[in-house]
Design a protein around this ligand. Structure first.
Ligand code: UDX
Ligand code: UDX
Length: 459
């Protein structure tokens, strides 16, 4: 530890969407700490050491440029980094299990356990291990047990990450809260203090919450479940709005003005995506079932079911508006990322919608300002086949629309608003159908241009 009580060297295992940006911010805020981010994926490490970072986030390039090679390092030498660190973040992925017990629901903890075993083998005594990956409640117990088997005097903390993609750097710079869970022992509390000391370098101390370790683990799952629930609630109402000629944006505004509810996360959409919401809801459902709480499990399951319903409902409406068939029709897709501001396509609603359209033998022209063509093709490979089939990916939005019967907006990229829709309309077959899955555009203006427009939860 240095004279401020901060660790001199920290290590993060997992150079992903969470590990990379989080460590870049710590390195920038704490120049006296040497931060090493390690990953088993050598290509990923090489990308972090190159000019083209593997993660697209506003402000990240500058941060990495300022700190890389000074006190921020990316390396594939996992063991060396573990041995040298006084504090180790576990930031590896915890995907939904796709095999065996808990298949399709439980979190797959194989990577977390592998990290824990490696730390137990390599770490110095007294190291602090911080669980940042989103995990089921009581995962810290497993990590602690592995450490004890190797007779390691290691403290395990839970410090879930609440940043959202697209605003990761802002969220990390000014977090709503930093949550640190520890064992209720003097050693546990001391370890929590050390970690809190790092965050206190730039975070308002009142926003640093110290809790028991199980509460901390469960809070991350709960926060994501609440956020997803808010979206599913407004999306459920969007269907009712369409049936009753109410306008979902007006309803959301009126509802969100109530301070107890709040205005955020009430944007009706084609559905939520991203690596976290579905995985964490499934994980929560699995946990509830494990503890025999079937009604609680069913409640959270319904949030997910509604999301699936919303995506399919949207695609079905589109087909209906094209005279019940999209076969051989060209459809332009704007946006493939799961939200704006990121190149991440994990669980993107665009995947479900595009799959359905391709299965119905439509031709798709996809345009996304940040997602590489390879990611689009990979996600749709099972329906397009290896030859790429009926899918074209464009780097120019106007080319994507040329000769299409419909234009579908699936990601809320602000830049779409600035496009020349008069030109787009002129290049499309008529009637030109515009399906706005994010209620991004001004419906009235688009109608004036001649489009047949449909939003979500709109007349
Ligand atoms: C991940 C989890 O999905 C999330 O639950 C958690 O909150 C934070 O970590 P993310 O950073 O988005 O989120 O995942 P991903 O981009 O897949 O990065 C994980 C990295 O860990 C990958 O680069 C992978 O190669 C690496 N990894 C995985 C290891 O270095 N070692 C392993 O044993 C397994
Ligand atoms: C989420 C949580 O917000 C974050 O705190 C946690 O650490 C990780 O999971 P993320 O998945 O990166 O972050 O993005 P988020 O902004 O939550 O959006 C998730 C999905 O919901 C996106 O597809 C987004 O487009 C959609 N969404 C969001 C809506 O459809 N309507 C809304 O009102 C808000």
């Amino acid at each position: 530890m240095n004279h401020n009580g901060l660790p001199e060297r920290i290590c993060c295992i997992g150079a992903g969407y969470v590990g990379g940006p989080t460590m870049a911010v710590i390195a920038r805020k704490c120049p006296e700490i040497r931060v090493t981010v390690v990953d088993v994926d050598q290509d990923r490490v090489a990308a972090w050491n190159s000019e083209r970072l593997p993660v697209y986030e506003r402000g990240l390039d500058e941060l990495v440029r300022e700190t890389r090679g000074k006190n921020l390092f990316f390396s594939a030498d996992v063991d060396a980094a573990i041995r040298q660190a006084q504090l180790i973040f576990i930031c590896v992925n915890t995907p939904t299990k796709n095999y065996g017990q808990g298949q399709g629901k439980a979190a797959d903890l194989v990577y977390v356990e592998r990290c824990a075993r490696r730390i137990a083998e390599q770490a110095e005594r007294g190291t602090i291990v911080v669980e940042k990956s989103t995990v089921p409640v009581r995962t810290a117990e497993m990590i602690q047990t592995i450490m004890e088997q190797e007779d390691r005097d290691v403290q395990v903390l839970s410090n879930p990450e609440f940043m959202a993609e697209g605003t990761a750097i802002e969220d990390l710079n000014v977090p709503d809260r930093v949550l640190i869970g520890s064992a209720d022992t003097p050693a546990g509390r001391a370890a929590a203090e050390t970690l809190a000391g790092i965050y206190r370098t730039w975070v308002d101390p009142e926003r640093i919450i110290l809790t028991g370790i199980w509460s901390s683990e469960l809070s991350k799952l709960s926060a994501n479940a609440f956020l997803a629930q808010k979206i599913s609630s407004i999306n459920a109402l969007s269907a009712l709005c369409e049936a009753t000629q109410a306008d979902v944006t007006e309803v959301a505004n009126a509802v969100g003005c109530d301070e107890r509810i709040g205005p955020r996360f009430l944007r009706a959409s084609v559905g939520f995506g991203g690596s976290c919401f579905k995985k964490d809801l499934l994980n929560l459902v699995y946990l509830c079932e494990h503890y025999g709480l079937s009604e609680v499990a069913a409640y959270w399951q319904s949030v997910l079911q509604l999301n699936e319903y919303q995506k399919t409902r949207f695609a079905n409406q589109l087909v209906r508006s094209l005279f019940n068939t999209v076969t051989e029709k060209k459809i332009a897709i704007f946006g493939f990322a799961f939200k704006q501001g990121t190149n991440d396509v994990r669980e993107s609603p665009a995947i479900t919608v595009c799959r359905q359209l391709l299965t119905d033998r439509a031709w798709l022209g996809v345009y996304d300002p940040a997602v590489p063509e390879a990611s689009v093709r990979q996600e749709l490979s099972d329906v397009t086949g290896s030859a790429g089939g009926r899918l074209e990916v464009f780097s120019d939005p106007y080319d994507a629309c040329d000769g299409s019967h419909a234009l579908v907006i699936l990601t809320e990229w602000n830049s779409f608003r600035d496009l020349d829709f008069r030109r787009i309309f002129a290049s499309m077959h008529k009637p030109a159908v515009l399906f706005d899955g994010r209620n991004l555009l001004d419906i009235e203006e688009m109608r004036r241009l001649g489009f047949q427009v449909r939003g979500v939860g709109k007349v």
